[in-house]
Design a protein around this ligand. Sequence first.
Ligand SMILES: Nc1ncnc2c1ncn2[C@@H]1O[C@H](COP(=O)(O)OP(=O)(O)OP(=O)(O)O)[C@@H](O)[C@H]1O
Length: 273
Amino acid sequence: MDLTITGLTKRFGTAVAVDDVTLTFDRPQMIGVIGRSGAGKSTLLRMLNRLTGATGGSVTVDGTDILALRGRALRRWRHDCAMIFQQFNLVPRLDVLTNVLMGRLNDHSAVSAMLRLFNREERLEALAALDRLGIAAHAMKRAEALSGGQQQRVAIARALMQDPKVILADEPIASLDPLNAKVVMDALRAIHEEDGRMVICNLHTLDTARAYCDRIVGMRDGRVVFDGLPGQLTEGAARDIYGAGDEFSEAATSTSIESLARPALAHAKALAE
Ligand SMILES: Nc1ncnc2c1ncn2[C@@H]1O[C@H](COP(=O)(O)OP(=O)(O)OP(=O)(O)O)[C@@H](O)[C@H]1O
């Protein structure tokens, strides 16, 4: 899979949120996008799945112009490109299983989804996705009864129901404590490694990006100011990205997730239980 972003720009009035960004992702890596608040990370991701329109530039996936898609073709792309949000975006009063089945909304009307008209095969698939994330035991609970880390895993299971080629995760751990952050990042990493899906993950924190990502893109004031391997992200490079002076401290961008060897999903599940 080849995702090519060329000269991508987004203006809100006179403010430039994303400024002439050019990036090529030519294989399904796990990519971290880092930068301080307001750097343009969310806007970049939202343009990729067309939640936000672009002001200029292009995005192509295997040669198809994503920004020109309409109707059925746009729905198909959104199906291929699942999005995970900081605030999980579950339906709090619905049970976990139905929330996961919502990942199939494209194949059902919203009405049949609310009436829970999913077939047995889909329900088993949703349960399997929850099991993979270590939370099948919570399938019949209301989503709002789960902890933040569990809710984010429900959101990941919902994304898996789309069988996406790309998972866009917009600050998926920003609302979580370090242990839950680790469980969620382990799950995203395992999904990337085991399924070969591309994961593009906005992160506030350097250490998480270094520990989990194959490639790191640093943004500052809407522009890409770093694009390299985790090992190339030196303190000097980090200073450039965060626009910090001598007072810069990596600790200020740390989630305290220890840079442990990445466990397989089964291990992540055990950790979470
Ligand atoms: N809908 C909008 N209307 C106006 N300005 C916006 C809108 N969305 C984003 N912006 C502005 O665009 C810039 C980039 O915002 P964006 O949310 O993409 O940054 P970010 O790096 O994701 O930040 P954070 O980590 O805080 O989410 C900011 O200056 C923001 O205020």
